[in-house]
Design a protein around this ligand. Structure first.
Ligand code: TYM
Length: 334
């Protein structure tokens, strides 16, 4: 049996090279070996205030970036979360099998809620919606960055709890697919290597956006913070900034950390940063070109309509089975 893969990306800012290296790049690999569904999770973005026009545009842009990064709509299903209403319905059903205590323990909730003036109920129940996304598709594997690990564990806990209650495998218990840090699982902010790079960060100077033009990329890398000393080697604890830049270099150039260390032995940060900027620009250039092509009216819309058609029946099969086990009346079709 071919395994099934599901993952989602929020249209809550301009996607970064962190999203690319931690997640999207792996999506494109997995599409050749698994049945893949990749979803623009617009409902998740609503958990914090969004400008409606921007959200609309970003939702289309994230879908375009999926395809521009190499997701082939003939191999994988690309769709928008809100186009399959079963996600919201399943989320409610799962909320009734989730506990306030376990949601309160979510570190991302604690972090995000401390930055908001008003905290919506949606921000609190967000991980349950994520569990619904995954469980609806009987997912085997979920490729994500390290920051989603705790949310995935919750999805597994909920699946196991429901299966135990009904003594039946209502949901497949999903496995995480999280790259280690040196393989892109956690790309850090260029201005503060103790913080992860985040598309919703207030200050974009620490982020490289996938759609940043070359001069912005060069500027951001030139002004990236570095560590004391001049040597270039990988040491996450004592050389956090350089180690992060090395990981980006390594993944964008297909060179190992050792090769990079050897190459820049004795040459200082200046040349290293100049070359890194070039490697990043060249990695993003083809993606940006394809993005432009996909911006022609109607192109991405057709891909998304097709994606919804494939995703919805899969989601409904799980939803209806769960509704039945819970004792909800089936739709009475006349
Ligand atoms: P989101 O939209 O914040 O991020 C999308 C993906 O990018 C990864 N990522 C990173 N990887 C490495 N370094 C970074 N600095 C970095 N920043 C982000 C994220 O781990 C993620 O894989 N809750 C999810 C979206 C979601 C989802 C799902 C994911 C909703 N439903 C179901 C998987 C399955 C989120 O906010 O990701």
């Amino acid at each position: 049996m071919v395994k099934r893969v599901f993952s989602g990306v929020q249209p809550s800012g301009s996607l970064t090279i962190g999203n690319y290296l931690g997640a999207l790049r792996n999506f494109t690999k997995l599409q050749h070996e698994a049945e893949c569904l990749f979803c623009v999770v617009d409902l998740h973005a609503l958990t914090v205030p969004q400008d409606p026009k921007e959200l609309y545009q970003r939702t289309l842009d994230v879908a375009r970036i999926f395809v521009a990064c190499g997701i082939d709509p003939k191999l994988a299903t690309v769709f928008i979360q809100s186009h399959v209403p079963a996600h919201a319905e399943m989320s409610w059903l799962l909320e009734c099998s989730s506990y306030v205590g376990e949601l309160r323990r979510m570190t991302q909730y604690k972090e995000k809620s401390s930055k908001q003036e008003v905290v919506t109920a949606g921000l609190f129940t967000y991980p349950v919606l994520m569990a619904a996304d995954i469980l609806l598709y009987q997912t085997d594997e979920v490729p994500v960055g390290e920051d989603q690990k705790q949310h995935l564990e919750l999805a597994r806990d909920i699946a196991i709890r429901v299966n135990n209650r009904f003594d039946e495998e209502i949901f497949k218990v999903p496995e995480p697919y999280i790259p280690p840090k040196i393989a892109g699982g956690r790309i850090m902010n260029l201005q503060d290597p103790t913080e992860k790079m985040s598309k919703s960060a207030e200050n974009p100077r620490g982020n490289i956006a996938i759609l940043d033009p070359p001069d912005a990329i060069q500027q951001k890398i030139r002004s990236a913070v570095t560590d004391s000393g001049r040597e270039i080697y990988y040491d996450e604890e004592n050389k956090a900034a350089i180690s992060n830049l090395m990981v980006i270099y390594s993944l964008c150039s297909d060179q190992s950390l050792e090769e990079i260390q050897e190459r820049y032995a004795g040459s200082g940060y200046g040349q290293f940063k100049k070359d890194l900027a070039e490697v990043v620009v060249e990695t993003l250039r083809p993606i940006q070109e394809r993005f432009e092509e996909l911006s022609r009216p109607g192109v991405i819309e057709a891909i998304l309509a097709q994606g919804r058609k494939k995703a919805e029946p899969l989601a409904l099969a799980t939803l209806e089975r769960f509704q039945d086990r819970l004792g909800l009346l089936p739709l009475l079709r006349s």
